[in-house]
Design a protein around this ligand. Sequence first.
Ligand code: ATP
Length: 795
Amino acid sequence: MAAEKKAGAAQKKHRSGTTEARTLKRKRDQEDLGKLQEAVNELDPKSPTIKAFTDLPLSAATAAGLRSSHFETLTDIQARAIPLALKGRDILGAAKTGSGKTLAFLVPVLECLFRQQWTEYDGLGALIISPTRELAVQIFEVLRQIGRKHVFSAGLVIGGKSLKEEAERLSRMNILVCTPGRMLQHLDQTAGFVVDNLQMLVLDEADRIMDMGFQSAVDALVEHLPKTRQTMLFSATQSKKVSDLARLSLKDPEYVSVHEAAESATPATLQQHYIVTPLPEKLDTLFGFIKSNLKSKIVVFLSSGKQVRFVYESFRHLQPGIPLLHLHGRQKQVARLEITHRFTAAKHACLFATDVVARGVDFPAVDWVIQVDCPEDADTYIHRVGRTARYESAGRAVLFLDPSEEEGMLKRLEHKKVPILKVHVKETKKKSIADQLQNMCFQYPDLKYLGQKAFISYTRSIHLQKDKSVFKLQKLDLDGFATSMGLAGTPQIKYQKGGDDVKRIKNASRAALSSGSESEGEGGDGKKKKDEVRTKYQKMAERVNQDVLSSHYRKLIGDGSDDEDADFLSVKRVLGDDELDAAADEAGAAAVAAKTVSLGKQEFIVDSHRREKLLKSKKKMLKYMDKGQKLVFDDDGNAHPIYELQDEEEFKKQGPVEILRRQFVDTEASRVREVDVEDKQLAKEKRQEKKIKRKEREREEELAAAQAAPKAQLEGADGDAEDPLALLRSLPAPGGGADSDREDGPPKKKAKKWFQDDSDDEREKAKKKKNVIEMDREPDTLEDLEDMAARLLEG
Ligand SMILES: Nc1ncnc2c1ncn2[C@@H]1O[C@H](COP(=O)(O)OP(=O)(O)OP(=O)(O)O)[C@@H](O)[C@H]1O
């Protein structure tokens, strides 16, 4: 009994001890918070002594997060923007690519909520908007790194999950990283998702978010948010458009532009070159480049998803000897993430991409950025090249320009303070792959179809470009381009709407048709000049029935009605079986030495053996021959027609004809109804069965993709896929692969000899040309570049 009493007393003492400790801790925390607030109040945001994160009044949790992520020294934009943001100012931040803008807004976000002791019950405190999913994932990743000692809940809202699934957790989130469209969907549709308490709104890549594409989504989104909040806008290329600031109701914003007075708009560690390569030589030049840089990490920008798919697929067949990846906006979320991870982790790889990764995405140690298709404007150029030479590391960028684009684009770049030098490709490194591509397009009709689509989407993108001083469709050698893609002829493009330029494409392709180069369709006059020399592949390509797509390529080319080109330009394919009859009619007008083939009651004019053979094929015969008669067999094996007419006299004996007719119709109708019910039931069952199978397949695919993905960013250390809506503290620290890569620094490369190494005479001649440098070796360092520049001046 006494022992029990003693234990009870000890327990009580222990309890009161822990309560006391807790009270003490709370008191201490309150004191710390008070001190922190005081330090922020006293902080001079423009003090030049702020150089490191330790110079800032930060919570212990943020400081620890930064320390363990190895962030110590502040970058310029961080040193200027964070102090102001800590003091609650609205910010318009502009700094070069790779200069650390992400931390410039994430640190204030964490601090703002911390100082207000934000809890789960306070709801959404900060909203960070990104224009692309890739960038949103990356921001979320950095937030996880530096915020892991905080207790806030944070979420990633970028689609890819069902709205319902996301909605359930949304109301409990303190910080959300999102894309504008998806967030708006939630704000409009998710009941119980209240944002009235929002303290901070951040727009990363703000100029992109504020531009036309996102304008309405952002305006609608801002409508939902409270007006009293802190707002921060960051981008590498930012203008202070008064209208934009009004739309976001910024209060007396502080414009923090750290590189405004800088000599160039791009990082000093970035070497930038351009080469003039006519459109038909672009693919050759690109292939030659990749072959010469197999030990590099390369990002290749193209203008559309279809271009990306075509170049990726065709280069894959050519096996240049470096892992190839491709990324564009039409891929599924899982695939996009997986490719992003694979490229992030790769040491040597070549990623073909659209502008979906042009902004903000932080791939570690990228050696080269190649812009095969000219960017739409200088800002896009700056963002694209910003994928290399990030945070003080070195990088190189090459822009391919058609001769017609050179003058206009250079002016634009000069205006934006982009230092770029002209170089030539070494003759020996030029490699024509047109024959191989032609061969492949013959072997894989689907690749040819993909090529046609890529051709159209490229032409379309040029036509739609606003800056006509750079993009001149009429100056491009489209026929040559089509040949370089392995297409046996320029795709015949049907004009539907648009301007004169498109008419020209149509006419160009018509001209190609009548000049005997292979028509991708046969809707023209079908005449072929006899004396035209046609290659073996051209002849073969004409013969092959090329619109039969294997399932792989059907997926690959997204064959279907959702084709965004359809309303603008369309391509006619070589006719297939089903179109032969129409072709036969047309051929009647065009046939050179046409003859006729009769099928059933119809006659077709044919102008080639192959067509004749096809028309005589069993399938065609069945289609056009007289319909056979259906027969039923009796027990003795004698054939009878399905309906045999009864003897008329006997029929009349059965009763009045009208009554008999009605009886017959009624019984047949009820029989048909019964059969119809059975049929419908059967069809329903089949549909359900298919649906179940499809779902199972999708589940398996998703599972396989998830398993295949290398340590996904949102994955926990224990391997289970982490929900992108989770408590920051509960999340394991992300892999840090990027960090370690960065710590190692970009791998040192041997100087490549991709650029032209002309004879001395030629070099001398080239030197005399303004703005042209011939390099016998690529500049490795800034010193090399300066040396070259000096030589140029001397010359
Ligand atoms: N203070 C710092 N110390 C060391 N590394 C840093 C620091 N700040 C940022 N970095 C690193 O620099 C790289 C670029 O940072 P970040 O992605 O924030 O650049 P950015 O300015 O947003 O670029 P972009 O304009 O392309 O979006 C990242 O890898 C990041 O980890």
